[in-house]
Write a protein that binds this ligand. Structure first.
Ligand code: RIB
Length: 308
């Protein structure tokens, strides 16, 4: 069982030729309203890969609560740990995509910030192989839960995203830290460690905090650095990017699910990388996530040298 403590949003995204400048209005194309939120996206990705997943978080008592949970429920994620908070709005994200599939996102967290570590019992933590966290919920609640999880032997995987809220992380309570290149640089700066390359920086961070650091590098693939100095890296899959929203979430969810399923680190990285690539080929966050069969088909095609 993987327990995901994190955000649940409804995403409203609009595709445009290019992102607007400050003060500018651009005409876009088709809009899409679909379930998102970093926590929910990661839970959905892990479930699509085949893991048993329990989602813990909070929605409001508005009309967006049901659509926010629709894909999780449909995929068989246990949503019994999701609180409905009276008088609060369900989290919402406003997303603009450009022609290359890159995005800008603004999130109104709403009820997400009221999700509490108390929603997860001791027994649930003991029964979980891993706790998967992000930073769209209250960072203090996430860290409190991480410390409780570690104390009962549950592995803690944190995707430290988004990092812009000045969140105080306790990396000593984290087993696996998942970051993108910008987040890696910011955390390394905070920790006062240096390195000339992403691998060196990630190794320095892993040594400092005695955990492993997984870095997603977009077109450069991904790498995993351990405190022992070992670095694994996998290349990115070459796909036509339509919408990169939630690709990092797909990566984190599938990595956690593959590890829970007993995959070695390189195999888990490869599954995660293939899943994230596939998720970029379609619109939406959860709506774009592949299941395990599709991921394995991509890996088989790649082994046979068939272009994606
Ligand atoms: O990581 C992508 C997610 O970020 C979107 O689904 C949006 O809800 C925001 O939380």
């Amino acid at each position: 069982m993987i327990t995901v403590f994190g955000s649940i949003n409804v995403d409203i995204s609009v595709a445009a030729q290019r992102l607007p400048q400050p003060g500018e209005t651009v005409l876009g194309g088709q809009s899409l309203l679909s379930p998102g939120g970093k926590g929910a996206n990661q839970a959905h990705a892990a479930r699509r890969f085949g893991a048993e997943v329990r989602m813990v978080g909070a929605v409001g008592d508005d009309a967006f609560a049901a659509p926010g949970l629709q894909y999780l429920a449909g995929a068989g994620v246990d949503i019994g740990g999701v609180a409905s908070i009276p008088g609060q709005s369900t989290g919402m994200a406003l997303i603009v995509l450009d022609a290359a599939g890159e995005n800008t996102i603004v999130v109104a967290p709403g009820a997400n910030l009221l999700a509490s570590a108390d929603q997860v019992s001791e027994q649930e933590l003991r029964g979980s192989g891993a706790l998967l966290l992000q930073l769209e919920t209250d960072a203090g609640a996430s860290m409190a839960l991480a410390r409780r999880a570690r104390s009962v032997g549950c592995k803690v995987i944190m995707n430290a995203s988004p990092l812009d809220q000045g969140a105080q992380l306790d990396p000593h309570a984290i087993d696996t830290l998942i970051v993108n290149h910008d987040e890696l640089r910011q955390l390394a700066q905070r920790a006062g460690v240096q390195g000339a390359t992403p691998a060196a920086l990630a190794t320095a961070l892993a040594r400092r905090y005695a955990n492993e650091v997984l870095v997603t590098l977009g077109a450069q693939g991904a790498l995993l650095a351990g405190a022992d100095g070992g670095v694994l890296s996998v290349p990115a899959f070459d796909v036509k990017v339509i919408d990169s929203t939630g690709a990092g979430d797909t990566f984190a969810g599938v990595f956690a699910a593959a590890v829970a399923d007993g995959a070695g680190r390189r195999q888990a990285l490869t599954y995660a990388s293939a899943a994230a690539a596939l998720a970029c080929t379609r619109r939406g966050a959860q709506a774009a996530q592949p299941d395990r069969r599709e991921i394995e088909q991509l890996l088989a095609r790649q082994q046979q040298g068939v272009s994606t």
